[in-house]
Design a protein around this ligand. Structure first.
Ligand code: NDP
Ligand code: 2IT
Length: 452
């Protein structure tokens, strides 16, 4: 078949939309990747012949299950759980578990699809998957969370394994939840094995995993800025979110001499023109972490010129650097325009797909440094990969070794983005670079396997 006979990009997308009705997040993620891949494979017959992109955009399997649990009042509650195993061509399925009321099959399919490219970019042997539930952890007691996690794992255990599929944390799932799920897996199977990452340090967890996503996103930012002879020092940063990724991104910005102006949660954002220093950040970590309280209490705690902006997002605050670290589609076209107009020079995504397609176009057209999450937030899964290696060897590496490896992996991802994304004018299209670099390794492994 001549290449010109192959289906074109828009026809391909029409097919994706038809096969995935109402799955808007999944279709969005595929569109963002497919556009670059279509350009890249235009003259590469084998990828067409073997329908590689069509196959990556169809999860290997989607497991959906019922999760029943009993609340503290004795009511029986019913939730839905999923594990999306997108692609295991270059390693076992790997990716987080999300507990949030907004979780749907579409959200998990987009996350598992993105994860496939992200994990490939790390250079480690990791396939892509994602799981979760529409369970809302907010306002639940610790025992309710425990019972839910145990029930979730009572079904999930049959689909995962240290060489099959290795889940980790994501929104609403941190060390506590991983502990409950790992305990249940061990109890059911009578096996102590590295089936989950993000574990407590006492039972096989890795140093640096907690910090890895946020720190890694700032290392990626540093690499982008270095490429244009700039640095984080003296720059102001607007950050969204106040969970694991946001607080560690903020911490690394501070360590590199930057100033953090904002953090946010689902209720609004805090703006502190004096800067959120380490002491204030430690308060945020505790408030949103162990205390699970609202971020709005920040203004009572620290006063000064700080304000809480209820129901708003932080993108209107003038800054040099923006780091969306909360959730998908939290930065839309209009907000991207405002950031650019106010002089923002670099965006490094800590969250997955936080910028919508219009926003991405704005950043690309403006020619600012823009790193998509699949490249910039890969530090978390990368250290998860290192946790898997440590578990297989039954040893724990030193903190310094892991910090160095994280930095080196983030630099490696930056280099791979340059390889496929550097343009003639010297500017870098990090979206294109990440998409193609992530694709090539998975695609070539799939070609080697033939049609399976
Ligand atoms: P956390 O649960 O620790 O924190 C999530 C933060 O985002 C909270 O501040 C939460 O506010 C806010 N948030 C969540 N959903 C929404 C929403 N719909 N609207 C507004 N704010 C919201 O999660 P993480 O920090 O782990 O994850 C944040 C992002 O980073 C996600 O996109 C995740 O997929 C991505 N990521 C995480 C990795 C990890 O290692 N943890 C690795 C790579 C990416 P509130 O407290 O009010 O709910
Ligand atoms: O989106 C992500 O990369 C994660 N939530 C982390 C996945 C992992 O396996 O550590």
């Amino acid at each position: 078949m001549a290449i010109s006979d192959h289906v074109g990009f828009e026809d391909f997308m029409t097919g994706v939309e038809r096969r995935n009705p109402h799955q808007t997040e999944f279709v969005q993620a595929v569109r963002e990747v497919a556009e670059d891949i279509f350009d890249y494979i235009a003259d590469k017959e084998k990828y067409h012949e073997y329908q590689i992109l069509r196959r990556i955009a169809e999860p290997d399997r989607v497991v959906s299950f019922r999760v029943c649990w009993e609340d503290d009042s004795g009511n029986i509650r019913v939730q839905r759980g999923w594990r999306v195993q997108n692609n295991n061509s270059i390693g076992p399925y790997k990716g987080g578990i999300r507990f949030h009321p907004s979780v749907t099959e579409s959200v998990l399919k987009f996350l598992a699809f993105e994860q496939t490219f992200k994990n490939s970019l790390t250079g480690l042997p990791l396939g892509g998957g994602k799981g979760g539930s529409n369970f809302n952890p907010k306002g639940k007691s610790e025992h309710e969370i425990m019972r839910f996690c145990q029930s979730f794992m009572t079904e999930l255990y049959r689909h995962v394994g240290e060489d099959t599929d290795v889940p980790a944390g994501d929104i609403g799932v941190g060390a506590r939840e991983i502990g409950f799920m790992f305990g249940q897996y061990k109890r059911i199977t009578n096996r102590f094995t590295g089936v989950l990452t993000g574990k407590g340090l006492e039972f096989g967890g890795s140093l640096v995993r907690t910090e890895a996503t946020g720190y890694g996103a700032v290392y990626f930012l540093e690499n982008m800025l270095k490429h244009i002879n700039s640095s984080v020092e003296g720059k102001s940063a607007v950050i969204s979110g106040s969970g694991n990724v946001a607080t560690h991104a903020a911490e690394k910005i501070l360590q590199l001499g930057g100033k953090v102006l904002t953090l946010s949660d689902s209720q609004g954002f805090i703006h502190d023109p004096d800067g959120i220093n380490q002491e204030k950040l430690d308060w945020v970590k505790r408030q949103k972490g162990v205390l699970r309280g609202p971020l709005s209490a920040y203004t009572d705690e620290f006063g000064g010129g700080s304000s809480f902006n209820s129901g708003e997002r932080p993108w209107g605050v003038t800054c040099d650097i923006a780091m969306p670290c909360a959730t998908q589609n939290e930065l839309v076209g209009q907000e991207a325009e405002t950031l650019v107009k106010n002089g923002c020079m670099a965006v490094s995504e800590g969250a997955n797909m936080p910028t919508d397609l219009d926003g991405i176009k704005v950043f690309k057209d403006a020619g600012i440094c823009y790193a998509p999450g699949k490249a910039s937030n890969a530090g978390g899964v990368a250290v998860s990969g290192l946790e898997m290696s440590q578990n297989s060897e039954r040893i724990s590496w030193e903190e310094e070794t892991l910090q160095e490896q994280l930095q080196s992996i983030m630099k490696g991802i930056h280099d791979r983005c340059l390889e496929y994304g550097e343009k003639e004018d010297g500017k870098v299209d990090y979206v294109k670079g990440a998409n193609i670099a992530g694709f090539v390794k998975v695609a070539d492994a799939m070609l080697a396997y033939g049609v399976v």
